[in-house]
Design a protein around this ligand. Structure first.
Ligand code: ADP
Ligand code: MG
Length: 452
């Protein structure tokens, strides 16, 4: 609600400034005019941009104090002008569309995987995109780096763009907001700045934790926030921590940020990570065997951006080494890691191989060298070498007391056969998947992943 102030109050304010700050007072102050009072902010109109620049730089405090004395409560004063932008000057950054964030096409709701870690943030974002200004206002999404905050808020942008292309949507980082603000102050263009920001239908500010140490832009943000909020414009904010944890954020902003819905994005559980990997692989047209999905999901647990980095590396190595085909070996090399060794036991390998090749356990562990026995035994040695952390000697010992050179020979043989015989390669991939799957099934059934 904007209210006018009386002529005599305005006169008192000017007099107060002249008496208490004679050095600051200027003759042209008589041509300043009070525009109105709105939520503790008195807007004062000046004639030129230069005057606004001077008032902002030098006189904010003097006028604030004078207004407080004349009106009797805490008032801050902002200066603006209706003068057209000055000729010959570079346009202000906040007037250029390219100074706002561009949307990444893939950051849509349809590519966002939900799990227990982000369900609330996702649902709230969807609701906000559907019912701007009324579902949850403001929506504040927080969480550690790389967990999908930017993805979610861009998904809101995409959705709104599509549904209501004419809306005035502003999406930027808080860094940009501050830079625009300081530029406006410097160029005496606060009026345009405020006009631009306070006419947003939807204001989305990413990474507001950077408001922390910028006093004057915090103040400005507070007023922008209030203006938009009071006219039911939607505000969406993200940060790497909750409002109360943002260092040196003023209490009044904390309580504003907390006044709508605060939703956290957490670390994704195994199942969610696997689903994210499948989605990202599909978007990048990478065919990704399940055991590689599982390998990545197990290796990288805390940051989805790192998962994407791993996918890129794996894709690159697969191009160089394997005609673009991704398998465990490629993934190993790309990630510079070995499989989660010693999780698979030799016994599990034996059980699986005896079943698949229809041989007896005693044969595999015995001395016979007939091909029908020797071959499955070599497969066992290879799998043990790939999937457990046993040494060559230990593996040799488990299969009829053979020495390490026999194991090396077996692994070499199987590896060669894999490269020569695609069908066999596939078969071994399946055996591996079964083995790796066996040990991970209990984790997949964790209740965390299954709650809807
Ligand atoms: P933040 O802003 O929280 O640091 P981002 O939104 O930039 O994180 O996410 C980092 C990357 O991880 C992005 O490429 C994003 O698409 C992806 N990502 C994060 N969470 C998910 C998810 N739940 N589903 C799909 N992709 C995700
Ligand atoms: Mg981000």
């Amino acid at each position: 609600m904007t209210s006018r102030i009386s002529d005599s109050t305005w006169k008192d304010i000017l007099t107060h400034v002249r008496v208490h700050y004679p050095d600051l007072a200027r003759g042209w102050f008589v041509r300043l005019s009070p525009e109105g009072l709105d939520s503790g902010v008195l807007s004062v109109n000046a004639v030129t941009h230069a005057q606004v620049g001077y008032l902002n730089d030098q006189c904010g405090r003097a006028f604030g104090e004078a207004a407080q004395a004349a009106i009797g409560r805490l008032i801050s004063v902002q200066f603006e002008t209706d003068a057209p932008p000055e000729e010959g000057l570079e346009p202000l950054s906040f007037e250029k569309p390219e100074s706002y964030l561009q949307l990444i096409p893939d950051y849509m709701f349809s590519n966002f995987i939900t799990g227990p870690c982000n369900r609330l943030a996702h649902a709230a974002s969807v609701a906000v995109a559907k019912q701007l200004g009324t579902a949850y206002n403001p929506l504040f999404i927080h969480g550690e780096v790389g967990l999908g905050k930017t993805h979610l808020i861009q998904a809101i942008c995409h959705e709104v763009r599509e549904q209501k292309p004419d809306l005035n949507l502003m999406y930027l980082t808080c860094e940009t907001f501050s830079n625009h603000f300081f530029e406006a102050v410097e160029r005496g263009a606060l009026h345009q700045f405020r006009y631009r920001y306070r006419h947003a239908d939807l204001l989305i500010v990413d990474d507001v934790q950077f408001l922390a140490d910028r006093d004057r832009s915090q103040e400005e943000f507070f007023h922008t926030f209030n203006t938009l909020f009071q006219s039911q414009r939607q505000i969406v904010l993200s940060a790497d921590c909750s409002p109360g944890e943002i260092p040196s954020l003023e209490q009044r902003l904390i309580s504003r940020f907390n006044s709508g819905l605060v939703a956290c994005v957490d670390f994704p559980c195994l199942e969610t990570r696997m689903a994210i990997i499948r989605t990202k692989a599909k978007l990048a047209c990478i065919e990704m065997p399940e055991e590689v999905v599982l390998l990545i999901a197990n290796r990288i647990q805390s940051n989805v951006r790192e998962i994407e980095g791993a996918l890129k590396r794996i894709n690159l190595v697969s191009q160089e080494r394997n005609d673009g085909r991704v398998n465990l070996a490629v993934a190993h090399e790309a990630l510079g890691v070995s499989l989660p060794r010693a999780i698979v036991s030799v016994q599990e390998i034996l059980n699986l191989v005896t079943k698949h090749y229809n041989v007896r356990l005693s044969d595999l562990q015995g001395k016979r060298r007939t091909k029908s026995i020797a071959f499955p035994r070599q497969v066992c040695m290879y799998l043990a070498r790939e999937l457990t952390s046993y040494s060559l000697e230990e593996i040799g010992g488990s299969f009829g007391g053979r020495d390490h050179t026999t194991v090396i020979h077996a692994c070499k043989l199987i590896r060669e056969k894999r490269t020569e015989d695609p069908e066999f390669d596939l078969h071994l991939e399946e055996l591996t998947r079964t083995l790796v799957g066996v040990i991970h099934r209990p984790e997949e059934r964790r209740p965390e992943g299954s709650t809807a």
